[in-house]
Design a protein around this ligand. Structure first.
Ligand SMILES: Cc1cc2nc3c(=O)[nH]c(=O)nc-3n(C[C@H](O)[C@H](O)[C@H](O)COP(=O)(O)O)c2cc1C
Length: 485
């Protein structure tokens, strides 16, 4: 059965890749249009024809470094807390010096290769974090400051070789902190993990819309990084508000080809996991009292590292009914307010509220009517907007991806359009956070025995219409489909 599913899965990926490669990018006209507006999928653009993509010109998904190489161990026999316990901060504090093995563990579960497939001379490497079209634009560097078993320096993390390549020795972490406007004191840092995106890998196929996917992908990988770091008992600080040019310079990469998006700082712990207490999601839906959801329960699958390694995109949903409890558990682990800082709430060290909203299309969940709801992360409640079966309209709005309509829970992330207008930086930030929430949803689905798939291919304004929102005020950025498998 699982083998059958895999074959269907492979066929669907292939179809999806073809379906969304439309010639729909870079239209002229739209003076004042935001990047988002310009990169919306519309039926007219689709009717305009497919974007020609030559498989022979597909960019390599790896970078190659030579020189001093530090091999990373792959030992998975640690006892790890569950996703829920990590989110709740219910983990033992790591009060020893960070070791190279700890770092290996963190990097592997951030975006290491978790599955290989292929045949007929083709080999595909799937990673810990999902990636639109499996094009893997995200690269990872580590600036080591104080890690037992290795020297200070900047390293490239080669997922293919399971190794760190020394880019240059020295206190590059301090250099990055000093030059980039990262607030954390270098003395507190064991290592910095720097996430860059090579947009060309994704834009090669998806044109300008691909830029959205690069940030979403980065959010997924960065969420893994924070969660697995927290699971090990580390405080992990996330920063996206830094001077990207100076970081690119420190990494010795060309910013026009490879853009730094996120830096996480793995901090030395002396006390409990630090909380910043910033709320980055809107918690007030303005819709009055909703349907209170039951409190979160322990997961079926209890170790976060296994969950990350086993996660895959699932595109075949059984349509089976799920319990209200399961739906509530998934939503809580995706975005529920924890009363403490988790990734989604602490990423903004400046305390900015991220005006993302979470709409939820419910289909076949016990005691809930099918229809559209908004999730209030703080109250852990669902507010009903319309009761109707949206299976057909949702599939249509997701460019005919039928399995999306079959999902028991489709989490649709929107952002205030005014926020997007704050410029390029806000634009990538919104997508990084949406991607991080998407990763939480994937891991929650895996933890509670369901399957999930990130959805970047949708007719934006059809989704907006489905939600009843005015795109001049608010617009969809990302969808995660979750269902019984
Ligand atoms: C930002 C983003 C958008 C995606 N959009 C779609 C989509 O519209 N349809 C789909 O079937 N899969 C979509 N995926 C799933 C990817 O195809 C999948 O992650 C990739 O093939 C790697 O497989 P894995 O997730 O099993 O590791 C998306 C993933 C991401 C991260």
């Amino acid at each position: 059965m699982r083998r059958g599913n895999r074959i269907i899965h492979a066929v669907i990926i292939a179809l999806w890749c073809v379906i969304i490669s439309y010639q729909s990018y870079g239209e002229e006209g739209a003076v004042n249009a935001t990047v988002h507006e310009k990169t919306k999928h519309t039926r007219e653009k689709v009717a305009g024809g497919r974007r020609a993509v030559d498989p022979a010109s597909k960019p390599d998904v790896f970078k190659y470094y030579s020189g001093e190489k530090v091999l990373l161990a792959k030992e998975f026999d640690r006892t790890m807390p569950s996703l829920r316990n990590v989110l709740m901060g219910d983990v033992a504090v790591h009060d020893a010096r960070l070791t190279l093995n700890d770092l290996s563990y963190i990097l592997y579960h951030t975006n290491g290769i978790t599955r290989q497939a292929g045949g007929l001379g083709m080999k595909y490497y799937f990673r810990a974090a999902p990636s639109a079209g499996a094009l893997y634009p995200t690269e990872i560097y580590v600036a080591i400051r104080d890690v037992e078993g290795t020297q200070k320096g900047l390293y490239y993390y080669s997922v293919k070789d399971d190794a760190l390549y020394l880019v240059r020795a020295g206190d590059v972490a301090k250099e990055i902190i000093d030059s980039s406007g990262t607030e954390v004191s270098p003395e507190l840092i064991s290592a910095l993990v720097i996430f860059t995106g090579i947009a060309h890998r994704t834009m090669w196929k998806y044109g300008e819309r691909g830029a959205r996917y690069v940030s979403l992908d980065t959010g997924h990988a960065a969420a893994n990084n924070v969660l697995i770091g927290n699971a090990l008992g580390l405080t992990v600080r996330v920063n996206t508000h830094f001077n990207a040019a100076s970081v690119a310079h420190a990494l010795d990469v060309n910013i026009n080809e490879e853009q730094p998006y996120v830096i996480t700082a793995l901090l030395k712990n002396k006390q409990s996991i630090e909380t910043k207490g910033n709320v980055t999601l809107r918690s007030d839906t303005g819709r009055g009292n909703g349907i209170a959801l039951p409190p979160v329960r322990p997961e079926g699958k209890t170790e976060l590292d296994n969950v990350i390694r086993d996660r895959r995109s699932q595109r075949v949903f059984s349509g089976e009914r799920i319990s209200l409890h399961t739906a509530a558990d998934i939503l809580f682990n995706t975005a529920g307010f924890l009363g403490r800082a988790s990734y989604t709430r602490s990423i903004w060290d400046d305390g900015t509220t991220m005006p993302l909203r979470l709409y939820v299309i419910i289909h076949n969940v016990e005691t809930l009517k099918n229809g559209l709801y908004e999730y209030d992360p703080k109250a852990h409640a669902l507010h009903s907007i319309t009761t109707a079966d949206l299976e057909g309209p949702l599939s249509e709005a997701c460019m005919g991806q039928r399995f999306v309509g079959k999902a028991n829970i489709a989490v649709i992330k929107t952002i205030s359009t005014a926020y997007l207008d704050k410029g390029e930086h806000a634009y990538t930030d919104a997508h990084i956070i949406a991607g991080a929430l998407g990763e939480n949803a994937y891991l929650a689905a895996e933890s509670y025995g369901l399957g999930a798939c990130g959805i970047g291919a949708f007719f934006d304004d059809e989704v907006n219409q489905l939600l009843g929102i005015d795109p001049a005020q608010e617009t969809v950025v990302y969808i995660t489909a979750i269902g019984a498998v």
